[in-house]
Design a protein around this ligand. Structure first.
Ligand SMILES: [Zn+2]
Length: 684
């Protein structure tokens, strides 16, 4: 229903942030506020755009490019809070609003990128760019803006523009539906078990399952849920093959269960619209369109990375499977080795080979200590410090607030983090910004946040992490640092606004410091005794780093290859799930390993456009991060100050202010080859 209330954007808590530390005053934001404030903020932004487009003065950087970049502040504010809530703390009201707001936002931004008068002014500046004698960052922002307009249809004829706007709007709605459907399947499915069903499960899994059951109103029982924090350890440790199979099937069928939350036709429609969009804009395929402004640039370059990795991964996985089958036979299993056996026997093999199991590490990986480790590494590398502020309201009581300071004590920004899973949060882990950092105009300090989905421990008990979860914490904190350390002038190249296959470099690189011995010695302290992880356990953990590489690489690369297969063709498959199956068959995908993300729940690719034709980016960035960390190893000092300063300046602080190849080369002296990544993964 359209709102009739008049909203004062200069005073409303969603747009005028007057809470403590300059945060929004979350305590005074109601779910009912979003809709009228969005409407008012969209109007205000439209008026700003109109003023820029119809300005009678000759276009200048100030009156056009800067005005465009600094416009829409109220809309940015309400949007950032809304999308934070939609991901981290949603409910039916927020979900309904999301379905309403996504197409509205799409229409709004389509109208801007197709505004002819506005584009004429940008084009005028672009044509005169040499004569304007701009500094390199401003020149880059102008060029990117101009290209962005063209890629969004600024040069299409009137009919083309109308069609493209319609396509974008539909894609945006479908992406929202896709994400909500997956959340619905994850929320609605739980397997409630009793004490007698828990054979093989370590205590930490049992207590997470007890907590999950209680959250779902079944106190006293144990729930297997589809949260990775429970699903993965359950299928790793449970001796009940029948239950592992049930959990596996539920996990891999998310989004494909028939009924209202089924994503089959959503995916089909999205792929069709994407193919049409690419054609309209003059590209051979949607992948060609998406890759145009990445480091990889073409589908061919992506395959040049993925294909050889795939071959090696298949060989490695086949060899691994033989060993797992041997173990299964030894354990007396007569059943044919299946996908729900892989994690279970892989864990047994790990125990046999390295004489230790994952669960031994867990008491040393306390969430609070690993958070300290994340912050401490940032201080040692980059000089910034963190101070937690208790009692400050954010979007949810679990969210924590940290003030970030520069080495000289001046304020740099804020970091917020919300660590525990709950049914109102979508799965996965991510970083985002309530506000990005930049110097243009009055400037802005970054307010960055991390969302995790760790199983919440029962009240009074410390949360313990698996190694993978600790890595995820470092990963997302690496993204957060990219946002917090940013030192650029222009908002549109701030922080993580970089080419998508470069954006995982700061995050994946940061993961390397988790296993630096000095970091573990200081922060991996036993939950009961407070003693550091024994050297022997540490050595075993480091020795197992490449263990299971066949499985991990196959599950990842299969998803990346399917993503490319969907998007590198000029048209769209009529039946995407059949296409998925046929493509996997052509690739010789082992039946005993599932894709890390199957199509009907592949949120990276379908819940929005973020990683569509872009899931490969993780591996692309891995080539960079393996080589970048090797730079530190070569000096013998994981905190080498001169190198850390080059890293800060050229990678973490530079955002998208320069071409990524130029940035990487400035840090390392040259571009890497994939070998370091293959070695790191244990594939060669
Ligand atoms: Zn990431």
């Amino acid at each position: 229903m359209p709102s009739t209330k008049v909203v004062d954007l200069a005073a409303h808590p969603l747009t005028a942030w007057r809470g403590p530390l300059g945060l929004p005053d979350f305590a005074h934001i109601g779910d009912g506020d979003f809709s009228p404030v969005f409407d008012a903020a969209l109007k205000a932004h439209e008026a700003e755009i109109d003023a820029i487009a119809t300005n009678q003065e000759v276009p200048t950087i100030e009156n056009t490019l800067a005005a465009l970049e600094l416009g829409g502040e109220a809309l940015d504010h309400v949007s950032s809070i809304f999308w934070c809530r939609a991901g981290a703390y949603t409910n039916e009201t927020i979900q309904a609003l999301e379905r309403d707001i996504s197409p509205k936002m799409s229409r709004h931004f389509s109208a801007i990128s197709m505004n002819e008068k506005l584009f004429a002014r940008i084009d005028d500046l672009y044509q005169r760019r040499e004569a304007l004698k701009l500094d390199p960052e401003t020149l880059r922002v102008l060029e990117k803006t101009w290209k962005g307009f063209v890629r969004s249809g600024a040069k299409l004829d009137a009919d083309g523009k109308i069609r493209l706007a319609k396509i974008n709007e539909e894609l945006s709605s479908l992406g929202t539906t896709f994400g909500q459907n997956v959340l619905a399947d994850e929320r609605d499915w739980a397997l409630f078990l009793d004490e007698a069903d828990l054979a093989g499960l370590p205590d930490f899994v049992k207590s997470s399952m007890a907590e999950a059951a209680e959250m779902r109103g079944r106190k006293g029982r144990y729930a297997v849920t589809l949260s990775r924090s429970i699903y993965e350890p359950f299928t790793t440790f449970s001796e009940r093959r029948d239950l592992r199979e049930i959990a596996y099937r539920a996990f891999t069928m998310r989004g494909q269960n028939g009924g209202a939350s089924d994503n089959t036709t959503v995916v089909r429609d999205m792929l069709k619209l994407r193919a049409e969009k690419a054609k309209l804009l003059g590209y051979a395929s949607f992948a060609a369109l998406k890759l145009d402004d990445t480091m990889a640039k073409t589908p061919m370059a992506v395959h040049a990375l993925l294909d050889p990795v795939w071959e090696k991964a298949l060989e490695k996985a086949a060899a691994d499977q033989k060993e797992l089958e041997r173990l299964a036979a030894k354990a007396g299993s007569n059943e044919k080795f299946a996908a729900w056996d892989w994690r279970f026997y892989q864990e047994k093999l790990r125990a046999e080979k390295f004489a230790f199991d994952e669960a031994e590490l867990k008491p040393y990986l306390q969430l609070d200590r690993i958070i300290d480790a994340c912050l401490d590494v940032a201080t040692r590398l980059f000089g910034i410090t963190f101070q937690e502020k208790k009692g400050i309201a954010a979007w949810h009581p679990d969210a924590r607030v940290f003030v970030v300071k520069n080495a000289d004590g001046s304020e740099r920004g804020l970091f917020l983090a919300d660590y525990f899973a709950r049914p109102s949060k979508r799965s996965g882990a991510w970083m985002s910004a309530l506000k990005s950092g930049y110097k243009l105009g009055h400037g802005s300090q970054p307010v960055i946040y991390n969302i995790m989905n760790f199983a919440k421990p029962p009240a009074g008990e410390p949360a313990l992490l698996s190694v993978d979860e600790a890595k995820t914490l470092f990963h997302e904190f690496g993204h957060a640092l990219h946002g917090m350390l940013t030192d650029v002038t222009w908002p549109s190249v701030s922080g993580t606004s970089v080419s998508r296959d470069f954006v995982e470099l700061p995050s994946q690189l940061y993961e390397h410091w988790l296993t630096v011995p000095a970091v573990l010695e200081k922060h991996a302290l036993h939950v009961k005794t407070g003693k550091p992880m024994p050297q022997a356990l540490l050595d075993k953990m480091l020795a197992t780093r490449t263990f299971g590489a066949g499985f991990a690489t196959v599950e990842f690369t299969a998803s990346a290859l399917i993503d490319m297969a969907y998007h590198a063709r000029p048209d769209a498959p009529e039946e995407p799930l059949r296409f998925e199956a046929e493509t996997l068959e052509k690739l010789d995908m082992p039946g005993t390993i599932a894709m890390r993300h199957r199509t009907p729940h592949f949120g990276h690719v379908f819940a929005g456009e973020g990683y569509s034709a872009g899931y490969y980016s993780y591996m692309w960035s891995e080539v960079l991060d393996a080589d970048a960390f090797a730079a530190f190893e070569e000096t013998g000092d994981p905190f080498n100050p001169a190198l850390a300063e080059r890293l800060r300046k050229n990678i973490y602080a530079a955002g998208g202010s320069k071409d990524p190849e130029e940035l990487y080369t400035a840090f390392r002296g040259k571009m890497p080859s994939p070998e370091a990544m293959m070695v790191k993964r244990g594939l060669v």
